[in-house]
Ligand binder design. Structure first.
Ligand code: HEC
Length: 313
């Protein structure tokens, strides 16, 4: 322990040189580590950039616009509401497993806000997904009906990551109890929700998706349009109409029925990877439980019909 002072007499010069180099290297490395630290993001980079931007301390917010009125809810305020309940979801569409959430009944959240007849609720997510909920689905009062909740991800108890994703379904998602009762569709379980807005029904709002008015009521093409609005327009636009930005337009510049065989198109809807496969693909397989064979037929005839109804460019 006596040799704490350097250079002690008699030390070879190579040792002094080695020590100098070692100290220099260690200093260099640690300086590099320090300068690299602030560049590394504190959290994984989430595809949430389109969401409302607020100072970090205030956390995520949900914006609800009905009529002239916009109300903004912070996560903390939502979790502090007296009507927060624990809800067990038998089969959560986003996670593909049973889930348990802290949630506010959607009807309680929207209390006092009047949605006009003919309007629907559009639920927009930060990843470009945009769900359409008919108002009777949300406001219907049948005894046997599906009941929507706004699930809230507590900041101190984050939800699990979504399957094959690096993010959770939070901060807010719409989940349903008893989804079969009102035939709630798979694309009516929006997650990463940022905004709920009452808007005109699709026919009124988007003339560009309209079918030929001469088609008889009950024509499969009309039925196909209704399915398309809920199950496809959550991610796709058509003739530029729609608010989703997650997937491409399905009629401009070309309609898939113009370049895919019907078999390939059906296969793609059932399992997109059957057609093309790459790590970043976003479209999920749609099994028969999400879209029956009959409904898929209807969607295909609707798409074919719309290929002839593309606005001139
Ligand atoms: C969850 C979002 C989502 C839903 C719902 C969805 N799609 Fe897609 N779809 C995408 C995305 C994103 C792509 C682009 C490829 C990818 O990332 O998977 C795509 C690609 C496609 C393509 C291929 C376009 C091309 O030429 O490469 C077709 C056709 C298609 N979707 C049809 C449909 C139909 C029909 C429905 C409804 C039955 C539907 N999609 C529902 C997200 C979705």
């Amino acid at each position: 322990m006596g040799r704490t002072v350097f250079p002690a007499t008699g030390w070879p010069i190579w040792l002094a040189v080695w020590l100098f180099v070692a100290v220099f290297l260690a200093g260099g490395v640690s300086a590099q580590a320090e300068s690299a630290a602030p560049v590394r993001p504190a959290e994984p980079v989430l595809p949430r950039s389109e969401g409302p931007v607020l100072p970090r301390s205030e956390g995520p917010v949900l914006e609800v616009t009905i009529g002239e009125r916009t109300v903004t809810f912070t996560r903390a305020a939502l979790l502090a509401r007296p009507d927060v309940v624990g809800v067990a979801i038998a089969w959560d569409v986003a996670y593909g497993i049973p889930m348990y959430y802290q949630a506010v009944p959607l009807l309680a959240l929207l209390e006092g806000m009047t949605v006009s007849a003919g309007q629907v609720l559009e639920v927009q997510a930060t990843d470009g997904f945009s769900a359409t909920l008919r108002s009777d689905l949300v406001f219907g009062n049948a005894v046997q009906r599906s009941v929507p909740y706004l699930a809230i991800e507590p900041s101190d108890l984050p939800w699990p990551l979504l399957p094959e994703k690096t993010v959770s379904a939070g901060p807010f998602s719409i989940v349903w109890q008893n989804p079969e009762a009102s035939d709630v569709r798979t694309e009516q379980w929006p997650y990463q929700v940022a905004r709920i807005t009452a808007v005109d029904g699709p026919d009124k709002r988007w003339p560009a998706i309209a079918v030929d008015a001469a088609l008889p009521i009950g024509d499969p093409i009309r039925a196909g349009q209704a399915v398309f609005v809920v199950q496809c327009m959550a991610c796709h636009t058509l003739n530029g109409a729609g608010t989703a930005t997650k997937g491409p337009d399905l009629n401009q510049p070309m309609n898939p029925t113009e370049y895919l065989t019907e078999t390939a198109l059906r296969q793609l809807v059932r399992d997109p990877a059957a057609l093309r496969s790459w790590p970043a693909m976003q479209m999920k397989p749609m099994p028969v439980s999400a879209l029956s064979d009959h409904e898929l037929d209807e969607v295909v005839v609707y798409l074919k019909h719309m290929a002839a109804r593309r606005p001139a460019r």
